[in-house]
Design a protein. Structure first.
Ligand code: NAD
Ligand code: ZN
Length: 368
């Protein structure tokens, strides 16, 4: 059926309000406008950031179609789109790359001004939505909604990838994998023989562990309250596992004792203020580097002992592994195809779209 220029009716998951179960509905997806692409979604991951959205920890507009970590095939393109064509395999990008803003033009910046995470408007760059359900406007999630059979995103929030890419795996290269792996290898630049601690051993934390291991870290301490995460973390390179709920003292004190001097690199991949402070306090006072990858709730404030900042350690936030997304993400897919990296251990379950509820249950149970 030729859908070009026509509104497509398909299934999508809608969150009508915060903390309400997703409901799979028939939605209308308008054709892409100028500078936009319409994508048939093939595969989507569930990222911790989706969970923050659904729980209302991140302020967003409802109703919306959640999801942002996805792989799909371009169905049609709007006027002026030249970086992809119908039939191309693409990944959607929660952090776009417009190549025009201050962040994109700066050699180190990647937090493109056209992102829609902080804050989340839920609409396209022209201020309107492409989704509706029973005549009601439905908001986008981070301009990338992926829990839908078709989505529309700005051209700058999608990138063409290798035709040989297995879509059921590479969707993780849309967000979770580069976020964690890049935090270690690209942002922190973990050094051979160094000591690391990773708070949170979910999707992002596991990818951080892989990056630390690939960089030659000699000791990687993994911290999680869910011990079911420990066997895989060990298989990926964690040398010591800590469950803060089973320790007699604060986890940062235990990390200090284990290392004697504090770690070279600490990573937070949970999104909680307390674990961000614990990561900071686990670092070596003089040369330690603390990277925050977790997304804290919208109204959260971070409080640190101010005098201790003087001793020289570094606190750094990191988004999408500091990668300029359209420039770097396709290469990560190619590296995967060439067996230079292996994302397969990060895929715990694969379910069809109509079992999205079961997938979310697995995520919430901590089994995924
Ligand atoms: P996840 O749910 O898979 O992993 C979180 C892990 O933290 C789980 O294993 C959980 O058991 C553990 N945990 C929860 N509370 C804990 C506590 N108090 N102490 C120790 N461990 C605890 O989520 P994810 O997809 O890995 O995402 C992690 C964070 O990274 C989220 O905040 C997400 O929003 C953020 N994120 C940031 C970026 C970025 O670009 N910076 C990209 C993707 C995700
Ligand atoms: Zn994500």
């Amino acid at each position: 059926m030729n859908t070009l220029g026509k509104t497509i009716t398909c299934r999508a998951a809608i969150a009508w309000a915060k903390n309400s179960p997703l409901s799979i509905e028939e939605v209308q997806v308008e054709p892409p406008k100028s500078g936009e692409v319409r994508i048939k979604m093939i595969s989507s991951g569930i990222c911790g950031s989706d969970d923050h959205v659904l729980k209302g920890e991140l302020v967003v507009n409802f109703p919306l179609i959640p999801g942002h970590e996805g792989a799909g095939i371009v169905e049609s393109v709007g006027d002026g789109v030249c970086s992809m064509k119908p039939g191309d395999k693409v990944l959607i990008l929660i952090i776009p790359q417009c190549r025009e803003c201050d962040a994109c033009l700066h050699p180190k910046g990647n937090f493109c001004y056209k992102q829609d995470v902080l804050p989340c408007s839920g609409v396209m760059l022209d201020g309107t939505s492409r989704f509706s359900c029973r005549g009601q406007k439905i908001y986008h999630s981070f301009r990338t909604s992926s829990f839908t059979e078709y989505t529309v995103v700005p051209e700058i929030a999608a990138v063409k990838i290798d035709d040989a890419a297995p879509m059921d795996k590479v969707c993780l290269i849309s967000c979770g994998f580069p976020t964690g792996y890049g935090a270690a290898v690209n942002s922190a630049k973990v050094t051979p023989g160094s000591t690391c601690v990773v708070f949170g051993l979910g999707g992002v934390g596991s990818a951080i562990v892989m990056g630390c291991k690939a960089s030659g870290a000699s000791r990687i301490i993994g911290v999680d309250i869910n011990e079911e995460k420990f066997p895989r973390a060990r298989a990926l390179g964690v040398t010591d596992c800590l469950n803060p709920n089973k320790l007699e003292k604060p986890v940062q004190e235990v990390v200090m004792e284990m290392t004697g001097v504090g770690v070279d690199f600490a990573f937070e991949a949970i999104g909680l203020v307390d674990t961000m402070v614990a990561a900071w306090n686990s670092c070596n006072n003089s040369y330690g580097v603390c990277l925050i990858a977790g997304l804290a709730p919208s109204d959260a404030q971070l409080s640190l002992e101010a005098p201790k900042i003087l001793s020289g350690k570094t606190l750094k936030g990191v988004c999408l592994g500091d990668y300029k997304t359209r420039d770097c993400i396709p290469q990560i897919v190619t590296d995967y195809l060439q067996n230079k990296i292996n994302i397969d251990p990060l895929v715990t379950y694969q379910l069809p779209f109509n079992q999205l509820h079961e997938a979310l249950e697995l995520f919430h149970s901590g089994k995924a």
